[in-house]
Design a protein around this ligand. Structure first.
Ligand SMILES: Cc1cc2nc3c(=O)[nH]c(=O)nc-3n(C[C@H](O)[C@H](O)[C@H](O)COP(=O)(O)OP(=O)(O)OC[C@H]3O[C@@H](n4cnc5c(N)ncnc54)[C@H](O)[C@@H]3O)c2cc1C
Length: 378
């Protein structure tokens, strides 16, 4: 295998800590959490205590001021274990950076330390019932009224939606304009008029909290506007390469875990008097998937290096998101097939990997939108 060159010894120590936490505090509970449709709330606080939340935010605000490789490690270790990896990444590596980058000092001090401890969970609310891929078409409005903005509208499919304590809400401050009328707000879940809807039932990522949010005349102080009015779309675009690379990282790690499980399974499962691994079809399938995953890993690692150097462009990130999540779905499908009927049973991890993978081609911008972004530059 091509050696990975991204990580230093301290990163590997951090990986060991995350892995042993996952083995003792996550893996034993996965089935129960899937049945409950949620992880235990206390898990967030445990993650906070261990420094697994918001590692990249400055120490002044409760983080560790670490480089983003720590976030990559968290994703690589946790994404193969259901929706928790994506939930934590949404909180730590999507929501928190918007506050660090664009919030007023008061908002940073009020929310970031509580996000780092896990007291508050963060969400990002962009999608609406009638506007997903086409963010410019959102209908939620935030209209200025004295020292506040008055927020009205609804959001759907929001990760961390039912447990969140704060939400970065994407709203129109100029409803007649398209992208140039969009602004971002930090909305506190305790603000009057903010209501959470039901926890949505999904075919996969069952323990990952995905919800609906409603805003009825919510008065949001103007100090909760992120950055400048009508600049929200630009801010969203700035953060997208990192957000999309996170999904590619999760895809490769999840697919690699599925492949490992399948190698192990086919080694022990017997058919026609020999291990399933001995059939040429099995060996060739596994060889093909291992090769494709190696190629994907090298690409993702190179993208990560570019990101750390501040040079990852949106098109390359779109390529990584689309190609790696497509590959993930292909890998888990082939791996499930090699498990036979057992692969279709919930007690086998591959069945979870299969249903969990499917969302990856949809959220974070669908893979069709990724291809559209890429094609525009050709
Ligand atoms: C588990 C999960 C978690 C999510 N978490 C969040 C979250 O935290 N915050 C949030 O804001 N959203 C979240 N989403 C929403 C997600 O980002 C959207 O579902 C996604 O962007 C697609 O939007 P849509 O569902 O409205 O589909 P649509 O936009 O209606 O698309 C339907 C189909 O049309 C295709 N299509 C649309 N436009 C084009 C085009 N121009 N060219 C070609 N094909 C096109 C799409 O690719 C898709 O196949 C989540 C979704 C899921 C499933």
């Amino acid at each position: 295998m091509i050696p990975r060159t991204l990580f230093q010894a301290e990163h590997e120590q951090f990986r060991d800590a995350v892995r042993s936490f996952a083995e003792s505090e996550i893996v034993p509970h996965l089935m129960r959490w899937d049945e409950n449709g949620a992880v235990d709330r206390d898990l967030w606080r445990q993650c906070g205590e261990l420094g697994f939340l918001c590692p990249a935010i400055p120490a002044d605000y409760g983080g560790a001021g670490s480089d983003r490789l720590y976030s990559m490690i968290l994703l690589e270790e946790l994404a193969p274990l259901g929706g928790l990896g994506i939930s934590l990444a949404m909180h730590s590596d999507i929501v928190a950076p918007y506050l660090v980058e664009f919030a007023t000092e008061g908002v940073k001090r009020s929310y970031l330390p509580r996000m780092a401890t896990g007291e508050l969970i963060g969400a990002l609310a962009m999608s609406e019932p009638a506007a997903g891929s086409d963010v410019k078409a959102i209908r939620t409005t935030a209209l200025r009224s004295g020292d506040d903005y008055v927020l009205n509208g609804s959001k759907i499919f929001i990760s961390n939606g039912t447990e969140c304590g704060l939400v970065v809400v994407v709203a129109k401050t100029d409803p007649k304009a398209q992208a140039k009328g969009i602004s971002l707000f930090v909305v506190d879940a305790t603000m009057p008029g903010f209501e959470k809807g039901r926890r949505l039932k999904k075919i996969g990522l069952k323990a990952q909290d995905t919800g609906e949010l409603f805003f009825n005349d919510v008065r949001v102080p103007a100090t909760h506007l992120l950055g400048a009015e009508n600049q929200g779309f630009q801010y969203l675009m700035r953060e997208l390469p990192w957000e999309r690379l996170q999904l590619a990282i999760a895809a490769v790690a999840s697919a690699a875990a599925a492949l490992d499980q399948t190698i192990e399974y086919t080694r022990t499962r017997q058919a026609f008097g020999r291990p399933v691994l001995d059939f040429q079809n099995t060996r060739f399938t596994l060889a093909q998937l291992a090769s494709e995953l190696q190629i994907a890993q090298v690409f993702v690692d190179r993208c990560m290096q570019l990101l750390v150097d501040g040079q990852l462009d949106p098109v390359t990130a779109a390529m990584a998101k689309y190609w790696c999540t497509d590959l993930q779905c292909k890998v888990v499908d082939e791996c499930l097939q090699l498990h036979g009927g057992y692969g279709y049973m919930q007690e086998y991890a591959i069945s979870r990997a299969y249903v969990d993978a499917r969302a990856q081609r949809i959220y974070g911008g669908t893979n069709e939108i990724m291809k559209d972004i890429i094609s525009r530059t050709l």
